[in-house]
Design a binder for this molecule. Structure first.
Ligand code: GDP
Ligand code: IMO
Ligand code: MG
Length: 425
C-alpha cells in the first residue's frame, strides 16, 4: 500500500494533471482534496486533449476510482457538464464518487465572486477565476454552506437554496448588481442534483477502507503551494489549503497513512492572475517562454505571466510541503535558450535573504539575485532517461533539485504521456 500526495509547488499550472495521469498507471484511487473548478488540469492522450476542472486526472484509466473529497468546493452544474463531456468522448465516468461532505458552489457564489472583484480597487484585485471559490469557502467557514448530501433530498435542497439565494439577492440589489432568477436557477440545480444522486457517498469511509485493503492511493492537489490560503502570497491566493497538509483534512485520512509527497515543479515559473511574482520577465525571453510553453490558462484562457525559476519561493514551498520527490516539467520549453537564470536569493531594501517574506509589500520590492547557467540549446523532447539529456540540462535539473533540497523523481520533456521518465537514485 502507498499513499502519495501530489501538489503543485509554484503558482499552479505546473503540469499536475499530466503527472497524475502518468502515475495513475500504478494506482487504485485518485482523490482531489481542495479547490474547485478554478483548477484546469490538462491530460493529453494520443491526439486527444482533455482539460479537467473537478474530476480527478485518474479518470482515463478505466479501473481507477476517482473521488472528489470533502475539502473540494463543487459546482454541481459544472461537474455534470464535465461528466457529460467525458461521456461524449467515450470515457467511463462510473468510477466517480463525490463526498457527501463536500461543499457546493452555488450560482450566487459565482455572482458574489464577480461583485467582490469588481468592488476591489486597482492594485487590490486578485484576478480570480470567477468560479465562486472564495465565496463558497466563506459560506463553509460561516456555516451556511450547502453540502453534497443535501442534494439527495430535493425538497430540502430547494428550501435551503431559496433561502440562501434570497439573502444573496438582497445584497446584489443593494449593490445595483443583477439578481439571480431563483426559479430558472433552481431548474438547473434540480437537474444536476438528480444526475449526481448515485455518485454521492460518504467518501471518508470509502478512502479509509481502501487504505485498510492496502490499495495505492494518490491525492491530487490543485492550484499551487504559493496560492495556499495560509502559506501563499496572501491576499493574492486562492481560498483553500493547497499544500500537502490540506490532503488529510480534505479527505478524512490520518497523516499517519501518508508515505510520500510529490512536488510538481515547472522548469521556470508562471503565474496567472494578480499578485507578486519576483522573477517575472517583461522582455523577449518572457514572451518566448509564454509562446513555446503555450502559457494560457486552462480554465480562463488568460495569458500566464512567465519568469525564471525561483529557488527561494520553490524552496520555501518544498519545505512547507515536505516534498521528498520532484516531478520537474516543461524542461523542453528551455531547449532554445542560450543562457538560463535561477534566482537563488532576494535583495530587499539592500539586504540579501534566502527566505520568502510573508508580507506581499516586501515581495513587491524583491530584486532577484540570479545564478546564470549555460543553455543546452538542443532538443530534450526525445529523451527517455536522465542520461539521455544533454549534459547542461542534467546540470540545470540537478541544481534546481539541490537548491530546493529534494530529489528528482520524474522529468517531463513534453505534454504527452510518453514524454516522461523516472529518475532513480
Ligand atoms: P496543471 O493545472 O498543473 O495540471 O497544469 P495545466 O494543465 O494547467 O498546464 C500545464 C500545461 O503544460 C498543459 O498544457 C500541459 O499539456 C503542458 N505540459 C505538461 N507537461 C509538459 C512538458 O513537460 N512539456 C511541455 N511542453 N508541456 C507540458
Ligand atoms: P490549477 O489547479 C493557476 C489563481 C487565480 C487567481 C487566484 C484566486 O490549474 O493549477 P480563485 O478563483 O481561486 O479565487 O482565484 O488563484 N488560480 C490559479 N492559477 N492555476 C490554477 O489551478 C488556479 N486556480 C486559481 O488566477 O490569481
Ligand atoms: Mg492548470
Amino acid at each position: 500500500m502507498s499513499a502519495t500526495i501530489l501538489v503543485g509547488t509554484q503558482w499552479g499550472d505546473e503540469g499536475k494533471g499530466k503527472i497524475i495521469d502518468v502515475l495513475t498507471k500504478d494506482v487504485d484511487c485518485v482523490i482531489r482534496f481542495q479547490g474547485g473548478n478554478n483548477a484546469g488540469h490538462t491530460v493529453i492522450i494520443g491526439d486527444d486533449k482533455y482539460v479537467l476542472h473537478l474530476i480527478p486526472s485518474g479518470i482515463f484509466r478505466g479501473d481507477v476510482k476517482n473521488i472528489i473529497g470533502n475539502g473540494v468546493v463543487v459546482d454541481p452544474i459544472s461537474l455534470v457538464e464535465e461528466m457529460k463531456g467525458l461521456i461524449d468522448s467515450k470515457i467511463n465516468v462510473d468510477n466517480i464518487e463525490l463526498s457527501s461532505r463536500a461543499q457546493m458552489v452555488m450560482p450566487y457564489h459565482k455572482k458574489m465572486d464577480l461583485l467582490k472583484e469588481a468592488n476591489r480597487a486597482e492594485g487590490d484585485k486578485i484576478g480570480t477565476t470567477g468560479r465562486g471559490i472564495g465565496p463558497a469557502y466563506c459560506d463553509k467557514a460561516t456555516r451556511s454552506g450547502i453540502r453534497a448530501y443535501e442534494l439527495l433530498d430535493l425538497e430540502l435542497f430547494k428550501a435551503r437554496f431559496t433561502t440562501e439565494c434570497e439573502k444573496y439577492n438582497a445584497i446584489f440589489a443593494d449593490a445595483d448588481f443583477e439578481q439571480l432568477d431563483i426559479d430558472a436557477t433552481w431548474t438547473e440545480l434540480e437537474n444536476a442534483a438528480k444526475f449526481l444522486k448515485s455518485n454521492i457517498k460518504d467518501s471518508v469511509y470509502t478512502i479509509n477502507k481502501l487504505i485498510k485493503e492496502n490499495k495505492n492511493i494518490l491525492f491530487e492537489g490543485a492550484q499551487g503551494a504559493l496560492l495556499d490560503i495560509d502559506h501563499g502570497t496572501y491576499p493574492f491566493v486562492t481560498s483553500s489549503s493547497t499544500t500537502s497538509g490540506g490532503a488529510c483534512g480534505g479527505t478524512g485520512v490520518s497523516p499517519r497513512h501518508i508515505d510520500s509527497v510529490y512536488g510538481v515543479i515547472k522548469a521556470y515559473t508562471t503565474r496567472v492572475g494578480e499578485g507578486p511574482f519576483q522573477t517575472e520577465l517583461f522582455d523577449e525571453v518572457g514572451k518566448e517562454l509564454a509562446r513555446i510553453g503555450h502559457e494560457f490558462g486552462a480554465t480562463t484562457g488568460r495569458p500566464r505571466r512567465c519568469g525564471w525559476f525561483d529557488a527561494v519561493a520553490s524552496g520555501y514551498s518544498c519545505m512547507v510541503n515536505g516534498i521528498d520527490k520532484l516531478a520537474i516539467t516543461k524542461l523542453d520549453v528551455l531547449d532554445k535558450l542560450k543562457e538560463i537564470k535561477i534566482c537563488t536569493s532576494y535583495e530587499i531594501d539592500g539586504k540579501i535573504t534566502k527566505e520568502m517574506p510573508s508580507d506581499c509589500k516586501l515581495l513587491e520590492k524583491v530584486v532577484p539575485q540570479y545564478e546564470v547557467l549555460e543553455g543546452w540549446v538542443s532538443p530534450t523532447t526525445e529523451a527517455r532517461a536522465f542520461d539521455e539529456l544533454p549534459k547542461k540540462a542534467q546540470i540545470y535539473l540537478k541544481r534546481m533539485a539541490e537548491l530546493v533540497n529534494a530529489d528528482i523523481g520524474i522529468v517531463s520533456v513534453g505534454p504527452k504521456r510518453d514524454q516522461t521518465f523516472t529518475v532513480n537514485h
